[in-house]
Design a protein around this ligand. Sequence first.
Ligand code: SAH
Length: 453
Amino acid sequence: MLKKNDEIALNIDSCTALGSGVGKYKGMTVFAANTAPGDHVLLHIIKAKPNYAVGKVVKVIHPSKMRITPACNVFEKCGGCAFGHLNYKDELQIKYTQVKDNFNRLGGLDIIPQPIIPSVSENRYRNKAQFPVSTDKFGLAEIGFFAPHSHRVVDCADCLLQPEDFKKITDIFRNWIRIFKIPAYDERSRKGILRHIYLRKAVSTGEIMVCAVINGNSLPYSDELVFELTDAMPSIKSIILNINKKDTNVVLGDKCITLYGKDYITDILCGLKFNISPLSFYQVNHDTAEILYKKAAEYADLKGDETLLDLYCGTGTIGLTMANKAKSLIGVEIIPQAVENANRNAELNGVKNARFICADAAKAAEMLESEGVRPDVIVVDPPRKGCDESLIGTIAKMNPERIVYVSCDSATLARDCKRLKEYGYEVKEATPVDMFPRAPHCETVAVLSKIHN
Ligand code: SAH
C-alpha cells in the first residue's frame, strides 16, 4: 500500500485522456504528469488513495523514446501542454489509440478509425487566447496561464501555441498596467478590475480582436490603452470590454462594450468570409479546421437537393461551407451573438438557402421534427458533453440518411454512436483530426448511415 511521501521507481506504460502518464505499482494504478509511456521514473507520492496514487517526478531514470526536450520554458509550471515533452508522431499515435479505444470500450463498436490527420502546424496554431491577469506585490502584471489545478497565474511572455502578435499585445498591457497602476482582479477579495485579456486573430485577414474582461462597468485609462494598442498594431480592428462581475470560473460575461473599431473581426475559412463576435465560438486552429470541414463535407456527400440541418452551428461555418451543395440549410445555435453572426455570414457570402434558429439544439430539433422537417443529412458538432439523450431520439425520428458527427471528445462521441446504433444508425467511417497539438484533446469526425434491412 502506498503512502503520501513514499518514493518509488515506476515504469510508465500508458497515459490518460488528459495526457498524464500511468503505471502499475504492486497492482495499484499510479498517475504522474509530465511522464511518457516507456519512461522509468523515480516518483514522490503526493496523493495516496485506496485504489490509486499520484506521483510527482523526482528523476527520470530512463527516458522513453517518445521524449523530446519541451520547447517552452514554463512547460512544467503551466500544464497547458500535456504533450509538450513528446514527439509529435508519438502524440498522434496516443491520440489515435484513445479515439479507437473509446469507440471500442465506451461505444462497444468495433471500429478501426482512418489514420489520424495531423495539425497543419504543431506550433502557433491557435488563433485565440485567454490570459488570466494578476499583479504581484510591486504592482507588476503577471499575464499568462493558471498553474495546473490552481488559480495561481504563471507568467508567460510568449506561448508557443499562439501567434507572435499576442506577445506584443500582452507586453503593451503589462506596460499600461504598471504605468497607470491598474489593479488586477483578485478572486479571493473579489476586488480589482482586470480579470482576463482575451485575444483573437483572424489568420486569413490578419485582423485582431482585443478584449479586456473586467470586474466593473468601465476601465480606467482605457483611452491610453486603446491608443497604445492601435498605434503599435494597426491590425487591431476591434477593442472590446467584456463585463464579468460574477464570482465564477467562466471567463466571459454576457455584456460587451466596443471601445474601438468593429464589434467583430472577419476571417476567411474554406473560401468564405466569417464575421466573429467575442462571444461566438470559432475553431481555434484555422488551417486544420479547413481540413476537418472538408472531411465533414465529404462525409455529408451532398448532391444538391438535400435539406441539411447543422446543429450546434456556432457562426454557421460548417453548414455555410456546404450550403451550395444543398437545397436548404437550417442551423441551430444557442448563443444569440453567434446566430447574429451566422445570419450575417450567410448574407456576406450570398447564401440564400439558409436560416438559423437561436435555441437549444434538442428543443429546436423537437420543434422542427413536429413541424414535419425531414433533413436528409444532419451535422452535429456539440460541446464536450456531447448530444442530449433526447436529441438522439429526435434525430432518429427525423430519419436522415446520414449523420455527420463532429466531436471534440471521442468519449461522448462513442457514447452517442452507441445510442444512435439502437435507432438503426451505423458508423461507416471515422477520422481523428488533431486540431490541438500538445493539448490532450483530439477532434474526430464520423459519418453514420441508416441501416437499410
Ligand atoms: N459548428 C461550429 C461550432 C461548434 S462548437 C463550428 O465548427 O464553428 C459548439 C457550439 O455549440 C458552440 O457554438 C456553442 O455555443 C453551441 N452550443 C452549446 N450548447 C448548445 C445547445 N444546448 N444547443 C445549441 N447550441 C449549443
